[in-house]
Design a protein around this ligand. Structure first.
Ligand code: BG6
Length: 480
């Protein structure tokens, strides 16, 4: 039973979230090098093309469009956009830094000053409005050169490049940024290695070994960054970032319950356990053994993991997952983006993502029960087709309903005792979708006149949800 109003903490960080490669555009400006997103084609073919073994990481403009190249031109329009965020009353803005703006190839010893200066301008603009930045160091982002020359995160050397990049950011922005996240949705990596780990698996057999090895490298890199961040910026708060997908059993058949538990542990708990507790969970050993995974863990790695645990846990939440041990052929592929079977109790978005606000309350409670660390929801929202009416208005009541129900779930979780730091809905301004490269999959409170075929004036318009969210923030979540 949901209530009418909830009490959110006074210092609750209301805001919005984006990622550099999905909105900045200007893909060759300011000395930026090419990165992974620059070679990802737009449209529903995206995941298939980049997921295929042997993907060549090349731009082929004859065959595909590349929406990330222009994004929504935030690179040139950030002042207008940040002013709109401020008008909504944002207390915080979660953004990411494009690694290839700072180290265009990734393996240089010296950073690119123009790239660093760009983010100085962003932070200064946010400061004007007292908006606290929350910065993701790597959001599905790696310089292309580190993929083509080094093989992405499979290669241990990338740890050193990442550490140099993170330290460069901490030193440069130590007076401007207090909240940092190391890797976006780190646990999504084994599902889609190309996005999180920057490599295209050669085969199903090597996929597991390479993904878990790549993750080990990211764990070490993240822990080194946490340690360095704490030393360089006293009082900084550095979090991990998980895509949290609570896993339900399809029914009470113990075989299905056990299967759901295994999936829950492997997908949702594995990375958090390492990054929050500083050690691999016990269940990992058996999983590695049964799947022929041999991790190359070097001397000192386990100490680094212990010393570099995170201060808080940030998460994205879009959906739950329903699991069954033996799926019929019809059931396979009917579940969510990351698997499972259809849950008959849930409706879906236009993109087939199951909508489950109670799942958010469940997830927050699971995470808090497990770690007793503050939580921060840094992504949530509804990707939907929006219609601009003749009078120019955009009446996105479906988005308001979605967000209202999820904010209510957060309110319930807070009453359950969960310590929640803030809420930054995804794509607060329309941007390029990560999974499909579409502009038409819109999440924003702010509409951007830009379309899948690349046309559009880039004009910004306030949707109905803009005014609604403004009221939510000013009433501290009382007016939903
Ligand atoms: C998260 C990512 O998985 O979901 C974002 O961190 C992404 O980068 C968001 O955009 C929504 O997914 P999509 O595919 O609808 O853009």
């Amino acid at each position: 039973m949901t209530k009418e109003t909830y009490k959110f903490p006074e210092n609750f960080l209301w805001g919005g979230a984006t990622a550099a490669n999905q909105l900045e555009g200007a893909y060759l400006e300011g000395g930026k090098g090419l990165n992974l997103a620059d070679v990802m084609p737009g449209g529903k073919v995206r995941l298939k093309v980049i997921g295929e073994p042997g993907f060549d990481f090349k731009i082929d403009k004859e065959k595909y469009v590349y929406p990330n190249h222009d994004g929504i031109d935030f690179y040139h329009r950030y002042k207008e956009d940040i002013a709109l965020f401020a008008e909504m009353g944002f207390k915080t803005y979660r953004m990411s830094i494009a690694w290839s703006r700072i180290f265009p190839k990734g393996d240089e010893l010296e950073p690119n000053e123009e790239g660093l200066a760009f983010y100085d301008r962003i932070f200064d603009e946010l400061k004007k409005y007292n908006i606290e930045p929350v910065v993701t160091i790597s959001h599905y982002e790696i310089p292309l050169h580190l993929i083509t020359e080094y093989g992405g995160w499979r290669n241990r050397q990338v740890i050193e490049f990442f550490e140099r990049y993170a330290i460069t950011l901490f030193k440069r922005y130590k007076n401007k940024v207090k909240y940092w996240l190391t890797f976006n949705e780190i646990n999504g990596a084994t599902h889609m290695p190309i996005l999180g780990l920057g490599f295209s698996p050669e085969s199903e057999e090597t996929k597991l070994q390479d993904s878990f090895q790549g993750l080990h490298h990211q764990f070490v890199a993240s822990a080194l960054a946490v340690k360095a961040g704490h030393e360089i910026i006293p009082g900084s708060q550095i979090g991990c970032m998980l895509v949290y997908v609570p896993t339900y059993s399809f029914d009470s058949n113990p075989a299905n319950v056990m299967h759901a538990l295994q999936e829950q542990r492997l997908f949702n708990n594995y990375c958090g356990d390492v990054q929050v507790r500083g050690a691999y969970p016990a269940f990992a050993n058996r999983f590695f053994k049964e799947n022929g995974i041999n991790l190359d863990v070097r001397e000192g790695d386990l100490d680094i993991l212990k010393e570099g645990t995170v201060d808080f846990i940030s998460l994205s939440y879009y959906m739950s997952r329903t699991e069954k041990k033996d799926k019929t052929p019809e059931e396979i592929g009917q579940g969510n983006l990351i698997g499972g079977v259809r849950n008959p109790f849930l409706s879906t978005s236009d993109w087939g993502w199951e909508i489950d606000p109670i799942g958010l309350r469940i997830g927050l409670n699971q995470l808090y029960d497990r770690y007793q660390k503050p939580l921060f929801i840094v992504e949530n929202g509804l990707g939907a087709y929006d219609k601009v009416e003749e009078d120019g208005s955009i009446n996105d009541d479906y988005r308001i309903d979605y967000l209202r129900s999820h904010i209510q779930a957060m309110g319930e979780a807070i009453e359950d005792g969960v310590e929640l730091m803030g809420f930054t809905p995804w794509g607060c301004i329309d941007l390029v979708s990560a999974s499909t490269g579409e502009m038409s999959k819109r999440y924003g409170f702010i509409y951007v006149d830009k379309h899948d075929d690349g046309s559009g004036t880039l004009e910004r318009k306030k949707k109905k949800s803009f005014f609604w969210f403004k009221d939510v923030i000013s009433s501290q979540g009382e007016k939903l």
